[in-house]
Unconditional design. Structure first.
Length: 321
């Protein structure tokens, strides 16, 4: 006996509230936003999603269709190819580079510690090595900071893997690499924490400018926000960046980025799998499973980019470095 399945696609345009707004627009009227059926997608929310959701989110969350294509990846292969080409062009130009942000993903036990330095043109340096003796990590951070001449408030360390402890040690001051420091205001960030407000965006809709503000609705958590920022930089169609270079020698970083999926929750927010299992009975797919390893190098680079884009504040008197 055969089995048959019928797939039904329900789009946002099927909402009676949205249909009314579309009919009013076709008639040359100003949409009233009237609710024909409460609890079903209203006109104003439909407009907001059209203005702020990217094509993938619109295809899935608005038009009710299955999306197929390279855009299912946060870093499509041709983006990464262009990024490698951009880095090669930068090297040929002999442009003077100055790091604007450093990201650190500390490791424990057999896990590697990774440190990345970036500027507006691309990745400057990425190092990763085992640190079974975690006491060396603060010294390595200071060494990397001095090498790239980056101020402490331009450095972000992942709170996990003992990161918050390393940050406390650096802030308290002490002798690192034979030099007495009075205190280094290194910032920390929790990948699982709540995302920060998304900047306002303006789009043209029906012959008028509509200003929209998305507050803490664009991403499920900090990890999704940081990788969205990373993805935006690498996107070769971004007119504000025009390419962000990742040198071809960072093979492992590219391997990690190439596997990152692009997913959304039911509210249309960008969502990434967790780094590790949340509870021993959890069956949720993790980034470590997808990548085959912990995303240490990509996490460090994402943190560095966030540090560059959100540099914090220069410490006041009393916090010397």
């Amino acid at each position: 006996m055969g089995f048959f399945r019928k797939v039904i696609h329900i789009a946002a345009e099927d909402s009676p509230n949205v249909q009314l707004g579309l009919a009013q627009v076709r008639a040359g009227m100003e949409p009233t936003g009237a609710l024909i059926i409460p609890g079903v997608l209203p006109w104003h929310e439909y407009q907001k999603r059209l203005a702020t959701w990217d094509p993938v989110a619109q295809c899935i969350g608005l038009h009710g269709r299955f999306y197929k294509g390279a855009e299912l990846l946060l870093f499509p292969p041709h983006w990464l190819n262009f990024s490698n080409q951009r880095a090669a062009a930068l090297q040929r130009s002999n442009r003077q580079r100055q790091a604007k942000g450093i990201g650190i993903d500390p490791g424990e036990g057999t896990a590697e510690s990774a440190m990345a330095a970036v500027d507006e043109y691309g990745l400057i340096e990425l190092v990763a090595y085992p640190t079974p003796d975690t006491n060396v990590i603060p010294h390595k951070i200071v060494e990397f900071m001095l090498k790239h001449q980056v101020a402490p408030h331009q450095i972000i360390i992942d709170r996990g893997g003992g990161g918050v402890i390393h940050a406390h040690r650096l802030r308290a001051g002490g002798i690192f690499n034979g030099v007495l420091w009075q205190g280094l205001n290194i910032r920390t960030l929790d990948f699982a924490g709540k995302s920060q407000p998304v900047p306002k965006r303006r789009r043209e809709r029906f012959d008028e400018r509509i200003e929209l503000v998305e507050e803490k609705t664009g991403y499920v958590n900090v990890r999704a926000q940081l990788y969205a920022e990373f993805s935006d930089l690498v996107d070769p169609s971004n007119p504000e960046v025009k390419g962000w270079g990742i040198p071809v020698e960072y093979v492992e970083l590219r391997r990690q980025l190439a596997a990152f999926p692009k997913r959304y929750d039911h509210e249309g927010r960008l969502k990434l799998p967790p780094k590790n299992r949340r509870g021993k009975d959890s069956t949720e797919e993790t980034l470590t499973q997808i990548l085959g390893c912990s995303p240490d190098q990509s996490d460090a680079t994402a943190l560095a980019i966030h540090a560059m884009l959100h540099p914090g504040h220069t410490p006041t008197a009393g916090a010397a470095w």
